[in-house]
Structures are given as C-alpha cells and as structure tokens.
Ligand binder design. Structure first.
Ligand code: ADP
Ligand code: MG
Length: 197
C-alpha cells in the first residue's frame, strides 16, 4: 500500500454537530425514551452534548394511522464522526431492539428515530433525506430543537431554529414535561460479571 494511503474501511469522517429526534406513543413512553437516550450515549465515534426535555405531543397525522395516543418526544444533540448512512443503520437496528413493529411502520410506535440535521450537510438519497423534510413544519420537533440550540441554522432554509419556530403554523399541542430526561439509566452503577466457575 502506498505511504499515506488509508486502509479500506478506516477512513474517518469529519466530526459534525447533529440532531436526532425521538418519539414514542406505544408502551411505557418515558421508559422507552430513557432507553433511547441511554443508547444515544453508547453510539460509537459520538458524544452526546445535549438532551432536550421530554414533550408530550398530540399525534400529527392527517390519515390517522398513528392512533389516538399522544407521544413523548425529544431531541438529542451529538458530535459524531459516524457517516449518515451508518448512523441510520444503527438507529433502525435500535428501533427494532426497542420493539418497533416493522410490518406496521406507520402505526403507533414504541420508538421512532429521525435524523433531523447533520451539520450543514444536505443528503438526498434513497432512504435518507437530511435535513428531515418535515422538521420545519413540526412543533414537536422545533420546540425541543430551540430548547437545545436556538441559533443553529437550517442549511437550506437559511433560518435559525428559533426563526423557524416563530414562523411555524402548526397548531398541534406540545406540552413540555417536568421530568428529567434519560436520568434513569445515566447514574446506573457499574456491574461486574461473575467469573465462570
Ligand atoms: P416517520 O419517521 O416519517 O414516521 P419511519 O420512521 O417509518 O417514518 O421512516 C420511514 C423511512 O424514512 C425510513 O425507512 C428511512 O429510511 C426514511 N428516512 C428518510 N430520511 C430519514 C431521516 N432523515 N431520518 C430517519 N429516517 C429517514
Ligand atoms: Mg422515523
């Protein structure tokens, strides 16, 4: 191999500031969101730098497929060197691990992850559009984004998160909850595995 050439598979991506939205409207929503946040803390090549409050939010779906149950929603900010497609793979695997029903993807869900923003990158490929195409239309996304990083700029709309929230037409109800996000698993004591006898 030529000097300085990278081994296949070892090419590092530049670090980006990214935002992942999560939501749950099936099962124990707080527990599922706590698990989602705990798992974000375990992502490889990544560091969580902010977690929004949880918000209880009215389901937004003109076709009514999401059911009547309100969601718990929130947003996590990370610094990551993962590629967007690798991150999406991990998030979809995590959705399955947390009981997401793959056969009724548009129905009520134990957990849903959306890659909302990936630095200033614009991605338009099969299965992945970033910025998330409905981010600027959804109160349940913009309120936690503004809580975390009001000045962050949308790469194509060229508006800050605060400006997008101020211009928002969405009248669906979004209530900030007075509970500590992700607290349940963060202070978990380390456990050791007993030696095999
Ligand atoms: P929704 O979140 O819109 O309710 P899903 O979670 O079922 O729907 O996602 C549907 C598809 O959206 C997934 O198969 C995924 O490949 C695709 N997708 C496109 N862009 C994104 C993104 N930015 N974040 C997450 N999924 C995305
Ligand atoms: Mg999704």
């Amino acid at each position: 191999m030529e000097r300085g050439a990278k081994k296949p598979g070892t090419q590092l991506m530049a670090q980006e500031t990214i935002f992942i939205g999560f939501g749950s409207n099936l099962g124990d929503r707080q527990e599922l969101c706590d698990r989602a946040v705990a798992l974000m803390n375990l992502l490889p090549l990544s560091q969580v730098t902010g977690v929004s409050s949880y918000y209880e939010t009215e389901p937004v779906d003109p076709e009514g497929r999401l059911g009547e149950s309100w969601f718990y929603n929130g947003v996590v900010r990370l610094e990551t060197s993962l590629s967007p497609t690798r991150l999406l793979d991990i998030l979809q695997e995590t959705e399955r691990g947390l009981g997401r029903n793959d056969t009724d993807r548009h129905g009520p869900r134990t957990i849903d992850f959306d890659i909302l923003l990936f630095g200033q990158q614009q991605i338009d490929q099969p299965g992945l559009t970033v910025p998330h195409p409905r981010l600027h239309q959804r109160r349940f996304v913009l309120e936690p984004l503004v809580e975390l990083d009001p000045a962050f700029r949308h790469p194509t709309l060229h508006r800050s998160m605060r400006e997008l929230l101020e211009a928002l037409q969405d009248l669906s109800r979004v209530n900030k909850l007075d509970i500590k996000p992700g607290s349940k698993y963060r202070s978990r004591p380390a456990c050791s595995v007993p030696p095999l006898s």
